[in-house]
Structure formats: structure tokens, C-alpha cells
Design a binder for this molecule. Structure first.
Ligand code: ATP
Length: 348
């Protein structure tokens, strides 16, 4: 196990900049998730850490060891890394045993056998040694790929959307299992994912990427509760963006009339839909609104609300939607932290 420190990483393909000035630190034994839209450079980052790409600029350190700087790039096999590529990448012509044993290189079969058994036991697949990959479910294949990556006791594990091929229920189950296993073995892990819930549930820290850079980094609670922009807020969940403006009394306010202090004009307020509370009676700070749409999800529902004088409908997440009807007038107020971001400060 080791820490990871990346400073000002730059990667170019055919003269096109893919990663630029990317910095990221992951402590030893931490589980970090990298979240970002398709094409923002997540896999390129992972491949740079693995040594499969030669960066144009910047440094990568594992603990105190410099593994990548312009004059030196340590080859992948000397980095002591377990890499699980997208969809596992098992060798289809090798059995489960042989797939896991493959990463143990030159050891002879008698030395490999107990290690393979230990790894298969760890991922809950003892007894599957002789199966071929095509005789396994998607979740089992993922676990074999993980056993293969862990067999040589790597200092760090890199996971590239390892659960993308699984159906949603299995994805949640396997990903929780795998995260627990990696935390139990105190393996420093970097996982690339599109799945925000997976990142929020599994990770100790989340790096949010946009256009080749890490634009925000922190614990799941920090990145969810204190997003730096509306765009970045959307990476971790739904968000309502309301403009702040100066009212007649020169106070800065918003269509939900929340906290007039501390606001500045020409900014946006970011509100999570679950922070918008609904009441049937007017409360101190409630604003009259009309329910224009109800999306029922079973465990909760999203109400779309029209606020007087505001063209922007807002979404409120409520736990007990059964009493509400479209067209009904209610009162809405916000219970949550004040989040103000400069308008148009997006990281597309
Ligand atoms: P996804 O979530 O879709 O997997 P990603 O965030 O992992 O995307 P990357 O695979 O890192 O994105 O790709 C980032 C950009 O670099 C993309 O525009 C891609 O087309 C480009 N790219 C990746 N590999 C190469 C390559 N070998 N040569 C040229 N361009 C590449």
C-alpha cells in the first residue's frame, strides 16, 4: 500500500491536450473515486498512473518514489499495480485458476496454487478454479478480475468502471462488496466510474473531473454539500439552480426568498431538491407555489413547482407524495446550507 501524488500532469495525443495541470493526492489505504462525463480523461488518468501512457508534463509519485517525470517513466510491470480494465478483461481461453495465476508471473505452479486459492477465497469464488470465463456471471467475472489484480499484493489497485457491464441491482451489490474488500485489505484504490451513487457510497474521497482536470476533490459529503458550481453539483446529484437578484429594497434575494444576507447579485443559489420542504400552511419563510408535475419513484417523489414570478420550475424531493395533486397550491421553503456560486462559473 502506498500513497499517490500527481502534480501538474499533462497528457497529449497527436498534439491534442487531453490532461492538463492535473493534480491529485490519494492517501495510503484510501479509496478514491474519479467521476466525470464521458471523454473528460478518466481512463487516460488511470493509464498514466499505471505507466501505460507517457505524460508530456508533470510528476507522479507512489509514496516517495517518483514513477513518472519527463526524463523517466517506470514501466507498468515495475509499478506494483493491480489494474482492472473496463469489463474485467479476463483471458477467455484461460480458466479462472489460470487467469488469477497469470499475474504471478514466473513463480512455479506449486507456489502459485496457495496464492490463487487465497485470492479466490477472498473474493468468494473458492471452487470455481476450473470454470472458464464464459461459464461465469458478469459479477463473478468482475470478482475474478479483482482476484487477479490483488494476487501479486499490489501497492495500489486501479479500477476502470469495473461494474459497468452489470445490471443495476448486481452493480450496487458487487461494488459494495469490492469496496469493503479493498478497504479491509487497506489497498490504495483509484476507481473510475460514471455512477455517482457508487462513488458516494464506496469512496473515501471523490475527484470530480472536467476537460482533463480535477476541478473538485473532497469527501463524498464535501463534494455533495459544497459543490463549486452548478455543473459540478450535477456530478453528485440533482440540483436546483436559482438566480439571486436585487429586489426593490436593494436586498439581494431569490425566487425562494431565502437568506437575503450574504447573497450577491449576479450569482446562483444551488439547492438540492431534498432541501426544499413543502407545507400546506404558510410558514415564516414559505413561498406560495403550484405543483405542476409529480414524478413518483416509490420510495419518494419529485414535485415540480412553479413559483410566482419565476419562469424556472424547481424540483422538490418529498418522502410522502400521496396527498399531493397536480395544480395544488402549497408553500415551499429551503432547509439547508446557503450555497452561492458566481453565475456562468461552469466547468463544461
Ligand atoms: P469514458 O467515460 O467515455 O470512458 P474517459 O473520461 O475515460 O471517457 P478517455 O478515455 O480518457 O476519457 O479519453 C479522453 C479523450 O482522449 C477522448 O476525447 C478520447 O477520444 C481521447 N483519446 C483517448 N485515447 C486516445 C488515443 N490513444 N489517441 C487519441 N486520442 C485518445
Amino acid at each position: 500500500m502506498t500513497s499517490l501524488e500527481i502534480r501538474d500532469l499533462g497528457v497529449q495525443f497527436s498534439g491534442v491536450s487531453i490532461l492538463h495541470n492535473l493534480s491529485l493526492t490519494v492517501e495510503s489505504g484510501q479509496f478514491a473515486a474519479v467521476l466525470g462525463p464521458s471523454g473528460c480523461g478518466k481512463t487516460t488518468l488511470l493509464r498514466s498512473i499505471a505507466g501505460l501512457i507517457t505524460p508530456a508534463a508533470g510528476t507522479i509519485r507512489f509514496g516517495k518514489q517518483l514513477v513518472s517525470v519527463s526524463s523517466l517513466v517506470l514501466p507498468p510491470h515495475k509499478r506494483n499495480i493491480g489494474y482492472v480494465p473496463q469489463e474485467g478483461g479476463l483471458f477467455p481461453h484461460l480458466s479462472v485458476f489460470e487467469n488469477v495465476a497469470f499475474s504471478l508471473g514466473k513463480l512455479d505452479k506449486t507456489e502459485k496454487a496457495p496464492i490463487v486459492e487465497e485470492m479466490l477465497n477472498l473474493v468468494g469464488l473458492s471452487g470455481f478454479e476450473h470454470r472458464m470465463p464464459q461459464q461465469l456471471s458478469g459479477g463473478q467475472q468482475t470478482r475474478v478480475a479483482l482476484a487477479r489484480a490483488l494476487a501479486m499484493k499490489p501497492a495500489m489497485v486501479l479500477l476502470d468502471e469495473p461494474f459497468a457491464a452489470l445490471d443495476q441491482a448486481l452493480q450496487a451489490e458487487i461494488s459494495e462488496e469490492v469496496a469493503a474488500l479493498l478497504k479491509r485489505t487497506k489497498t490504495t484504490t483509484i476507481m473510475v466510474t460514471h455512477d455517482r451513487e457508487d462513488a458516494l457510497v464506496s469512496a473515501d474521497v471523490i475527484a470530480l473531473m472536467r476537460k482533463g482536470q480535477v476541478v473538485q476533490y473532497g469527501s463524498p459529503a464535501e463534494v455533495y454539500r459544497q459543490p463549486i458550481s452548478a455543473d459540478v453539483a450535477l456530478s453528485t446529484g440533482d440540483v436546483v439552480t436559482l438566480p439571486a437578484f436585487k429586489d426593490e429594497g436593494e436586498e439581494v434575494t431569490s425566487p425562494l426568498h431565502m437568506h437575503s444576507f450574504d447573497l450577491q447579485p449576479n450569482g446562483d443559489l444551488l439547492i438540492r431538491p431534498e432541501e426544499i420542504r413543502i407545507s400546506l400552511e404558510k410558514m415564516d419563510k414559505g413561498v406560495r407555489a403550484e405543483i405542476s408535475k409529480i414524478n413518483y419513484y416509490g420510495h419518494d417523489a419529485l414535485l415540480e413547482l412553479k413559483l410566482p414570478g419565476s419562469p424556472i420550475p424547481i424540483r422538490a424531493r418529498v418522502a410522502a407524495p400521496l396527498d399531493f395533486t397536480v395544480g395544488q397550491e402549497i408553500y415551499a421553503h429551503v432547509e439547508g446550507p446557503l450555497r452561492w456560486v458566481p453565475r456562468k462559473a461552469t466547468h463544461q
